[in-house]
Design a protein around this ligand. Structure first.
Ligand SMILES: Nc1ncnc2c1ncn2[C@@H]1O[C@H](COP(=O)(O)OP(=O)(O)OP(=O)(O)O)[C@@H](O)[C@H]1O
Length: 610
């Protein structure tokens, strides 16, 4: 799935050129949509162009939820229908559709948020099925409330012509209105995609847990997306009701219509700003022509045409037209990992040969306090009465055998898992201790974490991945991009800024994971096995990196099995076995503890370090 497109490219020179070319192509296409029907001045041609603009705008609005947020709704016609009915009902009582469309937008946004909230817990096809079910509910409601909606008979407008009523004899005023609405919808989608909200939506779509760790309030951002998308669809629905002059439930709350809206985005390029427009431009004329020229002799043929085109696209162009265009016009970013000499300014402090002292200068008072943490999974007690503290500017190594409960502790002290009992208190920037209970609140207090199994936002570039973290402190896109670039260079990812995350090696992905969290500028950093599976050179670089992060004032807890790193980095070490803390203290003392040797290190390690 492609994420960016011709209008949202990076700011590098080749990227700027590519963005400019894209913008010119888009402007040309939009101008053609307006100028061709005005010049030809034929009712049927104008109707086709109005339909293209309408579907392009609906599909662009759908794409904010279906593409950016990845919520595959097939019930979006319900918002269009709500807009149509609210606009029409208000029209009947003498209120202009120009006002009616805002009332419809407000109702649709509210309905969208209310029904989406519970549905966000549903994944994949279940969300889609729920959206279809709600569409059906709306259709039945429209049929039942005959006194308001006219029921199955539908509603017809009284002929009040003119701009106030949005009803015209000629086609061109309707064309101007829908074209304007298309421009607005495209502008909204473009602005969202470039904004903090857009990055948060795509991050949530790609990896919800990683997004949460970066401080994204995933439910809230998706609700905002639904509200905007529903409101835009409703406004288009009001316009279309005035254009059609007649509405009825089966047409306004139609599943086929919903599928068409989604399909234009799928074919054009889901998740891109201009993909839905391209999909509509390509498909609407074919099907409208088939419908008009074959008429009732081939009822339903347009459905057949859609089906055929969709199958061809799924087979030969699964990521839509935009993915192919992008491949041709985008300069290929480097995908090779930089060598050690390319790592930019992190030549880093010399590695400590000896384990540092726990009372090293620079270590301050407690910043995190963990008291009496217990967690059971079914009958299994995964952590038992875990107590420890982390002090400011300290590196606390966490070791223990596989299954000891280390990651479970991390999940509880970052809000990803609720403890059965016990408390986690984090000192905020205000100097007070707080007990947050969800990842976003932990992040807001300055806690960042990585995951044992790396969680990149695969469809985003390295730069965009890090920007998701940077948006935590910088609300403006430009500042977030700049901060992300600086972090990338510090982490040795500078040469790979434009590479797609999915192309990185495991070492690169681990660095990206740390870079994303560092861009959040955390005060407390939880690192879960960042050195697992990387080569010796990368281990040395990771050690240097962690020391430089600590020297920057960040307190770190690092789960690690690489003992070379644990010994040289940690001010203190805590050892977990079978969910219990069996030892904690200076690394050189802990590794001599017979219980630790028995449970984790083994006799060979003890002999080698005797
Ligand atoms: N969601 C869960 N449901 C049930 N059991 C779980 C769950 N998460 C973890 N466990 C179990 O809890 C125990 C501790 O797991 P955890 O991942 O915390 O260990 P760990 O010390 O991090 O291990 P490793 O070093 O292998 O990563 C394991 O036995 C694991 O199978």
């Amino acid at each position: 799935m492609s994420h960016s497109d011709i209008s949202a490219g990076p700011d590098t020179s080749p990227g700027q050129a590519h963005s400019r070319r894209g913008a010119i192509a888009l402007a040309g296409l939009l101008a053609a949509l307006l100028v061709i029907p005005l010049v030809i001045d034929n009712a049927f041609v104008s109707h086709i162009f109005i339909t293209i603009c309408l579907f392009a705008a609906l599909s662009t609005a759908w794409n904010i939820v279906g593409g950016f947020a990845g919520q595959m709704s097939l019930g979006h016609a319900m918002f269009y229908g709500i807009g149509a009915y609210v606009g029409m009902i208000l029209f009947q009582i003498g209120i202009s559709p120009w006002l009616g469309m805002f009332a419809g937008a407000a109702v649709a946004a509210l309905v969208g948020m209310v029904i989406s909230y519970p549905c966000f817990r549903l994944k994949g096809p279940f969300f889609t099925l729920a959206s279809i079910a709600f569409l059906e509910v709306m259709r039945v409601l429209a049929l039942q409330f005959t006194s308001v909606t006219g029921g199955a008979t539908g509603m017809m407008i009284d002929l009040r012509l003119g701009w106030t009523w949005m009803v015209f004899r000629e086609r061109w005023p309707s064309l101007l209105i829908v074209f304007g609405m298309l421009l607005i919808t495209l502008a909204v989608a473009w602005a969202i995609r470039r904004s903090r909200l857009g990055f948060h939506l795509v991050a949530t779509r790609e990896r919800e847990s990683a997004a949460k760790a970066a401080g994204v309030r995933t439910v809230r951002v998706r609700l905002i997306a639904v509200a905007i998308s529903s409101a835009l669809c409703a406004m288009l629905g009001t316009f279309h009701a005035m254009y059609l002059t007649f509405i009825e439930p089966a047409a306004m709350f139609s599943l086929v219509f919903s599928i068409q809206i989604a399909m234009f985005a799928l074919i054009g390029g889901i998740g891109t700003v201009t993909g839905p427009l391209l999909g509509a431009v390509l498909l609407v004329p074919i099907t409208e022509w088939a419908r008009a020229s074959l008429g009732s002799s081939a009822l339903g043929l347009h459905g057949f045409v859609y089906g055929m085109v969709l199958i061809m696209f799924v087979l030969f162009m699964p990521n839509g037209i935009m993915s192919v265009i992008k491949r041709f016009i985008t300069p290929k970013p480097p995908t090779d990992e930089p060598t050690t000499t390319e790592t930019g300014p992190i030549s880093a402090p010399a590695k400590a040969a000896e384990a540092p002292s726990p009372d090293r200068a620079g270590i301050g008072s407690d910043i995190l306090r963990v008291e009496g943490l217990n967690k059971n999974f079914g009958g299994l007690a995964v952590t038992r009465d875990v107590n420890f503290t982390l002090r400011e500017g300290e590196i606390l190594g966490m070791i223990g055998p596989n299954g000891a409960g280390k990651t479970t502790v991390f999940n509880m002290i970052s809000g990803f898992l609720a403890q059965d009992s016990g408390t986690v208190s984090l000192r905020g920037p205000d100097g007070q201790f707080h007990q947050p209970n969800n990842p976003a609140d932990f992040a807001a207090l300055g806690l960042g974490r990585t995951f044992q199994i790396v969680q990149p936002f695969a469809a985003m570039s390295v730069e965009e991945n890090i920007m998701v973290g940077a948006f935590h402190r910088h609300h403006d896109e430009k500042n977030a991009r700049e901060a992300a670039r600086q972090t990338a260079w510090k982490m040795g990812l500078g040469p790979l800024l434009q590479a797609e995350a999915r192309g990185l090696t495991i070492g690169g992905l681990k660095r990206l994971e740390v870079a994303r969290v560092m861009a959040m500028e955390p005060r407390v950093l939880l690192l879960d096995e960042v050195m697992a599976g990387i080569n010796q050179t990368d281990v040395r670089r990771a050690i240097d990196l962690m020391l430089s992060i600590r020297d920057g004032g960040v307190s770190i807890i690092a789960i690690e099995h690489v003992m070379q790193a644990v010994m040289s980095l940690s001010d203190r070490v805590i050892v977990l076995a079978s969910g219990e803390v069996i030892a904690q203290g200076r690394p050189q003392d802990v590794v001599r503890d017979p219980q630790v040797i028995e449970a984790y290190l083994g006799k060979e390690f003890a002999d080698a370090h005797a």
